[in-house]
Design a protein around this ligand. Sequence first.
Ligand SMILES: [Zn+2]
Length: 257
Amino acid sequence: MVAGGGGLIGILVLVFSLLNGGDGTSVPDSSVGNLKSDLSATCQTGEDANQRDDCRIVAVVNSVQAYWEERQPDYQKATTVFFSGGTNTGCGAASSSIGPFYCPTDQRIYIDLGFYEDLRTRFGAQGGPFAEAYVIAHEYGHHVEKLRGVLARARSRETGPQSPAVRVELQADCLAGMWARGAVDTGFIEELTDADIADGLNAASAIGDDRIQEQAQGQVSPESWTHGSSEQRQKWFLTGYRSSAPFPCDTFAVPTV
Ligand SMILES: [Zn+2]
């Protein structure tokens, strides 16, 4: 565990059903070299979550799903698949270089555990447990969008700061913020500090299109944005986190995001 990362962790008891949406079995994918398919057996206490990176992620997944089960009618649990190197998905082969993602076809979230290292080294985020949590909650945000029929709106090839693709991404950031606001109430997370939220914002900022372009190409071309700028991503995370409205995340309802 990253020491001194704030008070995210302190999970009461982990539920075992989370890795595969509730039927209690693991999600082996034989093509995967190092799938952590037995996490539900390994991660059972708050202490496990505080001491092991993978158990901490399990706790976050449990919390995020518990949150949406309460708020999204007909919420269906989505399986999280951890992998390293590469894996086959309902959306085709995936390598760790593409980062964590949600596949709408099989409704699974794929997380390469090496991504968190990348977040710090390649993208220059500060890291910390809540940076990880933000990324997981963002991917589950896409699952909620899928259930709400929003994800289909990203199919256009249009890009740019106000494009449907960016609005879908910003909505997922906002949904991550909504979860953060209610995370402690899910019972899986003891407390969230301002430092945790700052870590989340820092991660959101690190993976903004402008920041990534600047780093990769030395220049920024907004017309090709697909995820939103650092500023947009932080803004929408905070919108979800701060608002007490039942659903403050409709990024398609506003003229500019
Ligand atoms: Zn996304």
